[in-house]
Design a protein around this ligand. Structure first.
Ligand code: NAD
Length: 260
């Protein structure tokens, strides 16, 4: 008996087995949740199908969050399997790669600002808005943010702004949906090598810096993030909403600006 028995959770953002969303799916599955998955384009469909089988699921739905019709279609499709469900994991972010390298003010431009905020922040509330009437009481929505929302971290640049907006989004969503018994939280992981993070300049240096200076003196894993996400999806966290929970070995409490 897992602590998520009877819960139905939609997982977005799996690109491969290194994805944070994959680690989250592993723990949600371990704790007994039924899972459904999205894939952003046809190129990834077969891969996500294969992964879904690892989690005893046959529910995979296309969804590119940059497109409103695609979001609407996602829930029309999901409704064929689940008339209601208990929450989703939003593990989606994107900024053009030229934004994640170099001096912030020099590299920023209007188009990249809009894209980063649209895909990495607006998509969270867009998904919530589209499935609101399918969410059970006690449903839980979980997104992934990063410390770059709070501190100016070299090369994180426009993604830091998008994450700051995502953290505010989490609070506003929590306040809006709380009266319906729905909770909304963000997890802020330390750096983990994934497809998305490999686009950030000097990412390797960041990993070794965290390992040296985080109080726990080690980097976090996708399983660490999965454990916290599972807790947030469960009734064990019934009184927690609108929070950003750091899962970073304590790095965020240290006093250092030397991350470069
Ligand atoms: P990842 O590359 O495995 O996942 C990013 C996902 O975003 C991919 O599955 C990709 O398909 C999806 N995506 C991008 N644009 C999309 C779109 N238009 N529609 C639908 N899906 C789209 O990388 P990850 O590191 O697992 O990222 C997951 C989340 O964790 C992101 O929000 C990221 O910012 C956050 N995060 C990552 C780290 C880290 O160090 N890896 C640290 C803190 C926060």
């Amino acid at each position: 008996m897992g602590f998520l028995n009877g819960k139905r959770i939609l997982v977005t953002g799996i690109a491969n087995t290194r994805s944070i969303a994959y680690g989250i799916a592993q723990v949600l599955h371990r704790e007994g949740a039924e899972l459904a998955f999205t894939y952003p384009n046809n190129k990834l469909k077969l891969r996500i199908k294969k992964y879904s089988n690892n989690f005893n699921s046959n529910i995979i739905c296309p969804c590119n969050v940059s497109n409103d019709d695609s979001i609407t279609q996602l829930f029309i499709e999901l409704k064929k399997y689940w008339s209601t469900f208990d929450g989703f994991i939003h593990a989606i972010a994107f900024a053009p790669s030229n934004q994640l390298n170099g001096d912030y003010v020099s590299v920023i431009n209007r188009e990249s600002f809009i894209i980063a905020h649209d895909i990495s922040c607006y998509s969270f509330v867009a998904l919530a808005k589209a499935c609101r009437n399918m969410l059970n009481v006690h449903a839980s929505l979980v997104t992934l943010t990063y410390l770059g929302a709070q501190r100016a971290i070299p090369n994180y640049n426009v993604m830091g702004l998008a994450k700051a907006s995502l953290e505010a989004n989490t609070k506003y969503m929590a306040n809006s949906m709380g009266p319906d018994g729905i909770r909304v939280n963000a997890i802020s992981p330390g750096p983990i090598r994934t497809l998305a993070s490999s686009g950030i300049a000097n990412f390797k240096k960041m990993l070794s810096y965290y390992e040296s200076y985080a109080p726990m003196r080690k980097n976090v894993t996708i399983e660490d993030i999965g454990n916290t996400a599972a807790f947030l999806c469960s009734n064990l966290s019934a009184a927690i909403t609108g929070e950003v929970i750091y899962v970073d070995g304590g790095f965020n409490i240290t006093h250092t600006n030397k991350l470069e």
